[in-house]
Design a protein around this ligand. Sequence first.
Ligand SMILES: [Zn+2]
Length: 611
Amino acid sequence: MKNSTTITLLTALLLNMGITASAQVKAYTVADAHSHNDYKNNIPFYRAYEKGFGSIEADVYAVNGRLMVAHDKKEISAKRSLKILYIDPLIEKLNRDPQRHLRLLIEIKEDYKAILPLVISELKPLEKYFAYDGHPGRLSIVMTGAVPPAAVMPNYPDWISFDVDHLDGFTAAQWKKIGLVSFPLSKYVHWNGKGVFNADEIKRIKGGIDSVHNAGKKVRFYETPDTKSSWLAMLRLGVDVIGTDDIEGLGNFLNRKETSEYTAPEPYAVYHPTYKSDGEVKKVKNIILCIGDGMGLSQLYATYSANKGQLNIFQMLNMGFSVTYSADAYITDSAAGATAFASGQKTNDRAIGVDADGKPLRSLADYSADAGKKTADIAVCELTDATPAAFYAHDAERSHAAAIASQIVSSPVDIFLGSGYNDFLRPLNGVTPIDKMKQRGYAIVRNFDDFLNTPATKILALMDDSVTRPKMAGRGNYLPLALKKVTQTFKNAPNGFFMMIEGSQIDHGGHANNLKQVITENSDFDRMVGDALRFADEDGETLVIVTADHETGGLTLLDGNIGKGYVWGDFSTNDHTGTPVPIFAYGPHSLDFRGVFNNTEIFNKLKALIK
Ligand SMILES: [Zn+2]
């Protein structure tokens, strides 16, 4: 008896919690969007409908026994009837799309007595789609504007409901006829759509929203600024119907919401460096060059926010900005970007390890090998991809994967890790790059565990593409483990080592305009950097550099909550941008990396330290 009571109470509690949670977080989609004055845009109905809008508005006049769509009387023309612009398209579309729901908001411009009888007769062909109490259809008809007095509302058919701007003075029968409550935003606040509401304003607006919700109806605001900040504010407030004149803008904003928002599950701990050797002017024995492909300041700050306000990279005190334009473009690609910091020359986009005239350039890996250092080239992508390739290959065209792969045979780099095995199987003079590397004494490794466990000191590790899948698709600790493997292999090298290790896929998240992908990749990269800083502290002669080749996505942070690990990112492009990227340095000579300088200076500054 006692047990079953407990279970019942617990069940009730859980159910209650579930209801509360879902009531608090409304999952917005483009179905919550309303095309205000829809008939005014160049393609009435279809633009908003095809974009997925759940609500469309048309203003009507009664002219010679027909409903004509117009904002004012002067605009009335024979071709712009409600039938032509809305009723006929609705019949066709609702028939074809059996899942589609829509609200048609019809604004009575004048004389409901003339208009409502025409609505009843003209909308008759849509009858089977009508949604109202006891008739679960897909088309809601809501009359707005010069609606009749409440007293006569119940005289109209059940499928006709009304939009009103107040809650008081209705009888129960009249209230049943209310389909929507709409307020001018100015009833609560005067706002130009910029910035955020203060606590007092939120309280006032929320009061209005709650009063409608408590009365069991949906709420809309009109005369709202048509900006991203305003749409975001409506979402945050829990408004049911978000109006716009910018169908593309609001449609994209809501359609991309799922890939624009991210809340990190659990923050990870960051490493707090000792700073013992930081900034010392002394010998640099080892260099760890960490490249976050596509990692700009917004990507870093989004990752910092998702990690509840901490980042390993932000522990680094000495920082600057790297200017990334290439020889032939304001916007660099990864090939020209990597060539600049690997070999010190601005070259054309697409060019790997050659200057703008096609002349091969030596990389930091080559100079390090000359100085007797061990070297490593580590990426989470094909080894022939731009960033890793810039350290061993020379080709004016980055897509020449086979030609790039073939050049690995003359590189002094000791440890390679990436994917793209097949590129290394194409024979040159009868010998494949793989065979040639075997002859040169390299262990050829095809499996990540084998890579971590091999006792070999010269390794060509070529993973299947599934191993270098996105972090959010379950890649695991690839980067931190790769860093550990290389540092352990090289730590007793008498002349030290140089390693390039790339967080290759931060860029992919930017190209895909997927904030979760950006942040999960950047977090993975940042954890690896934390381990690099710890190694640098233990070693005392290691310089850690963290930078990017360029920014990807034009990422803007529209909203976030550091306490909750939450971010809303908005991308302005699916490509790279020209914004300079941050550079962070830790360890001896880290002071050399302050200021704003060209990406080629990264090469010059590092080369000067390779002895
Ligand atoms: Zn890219």
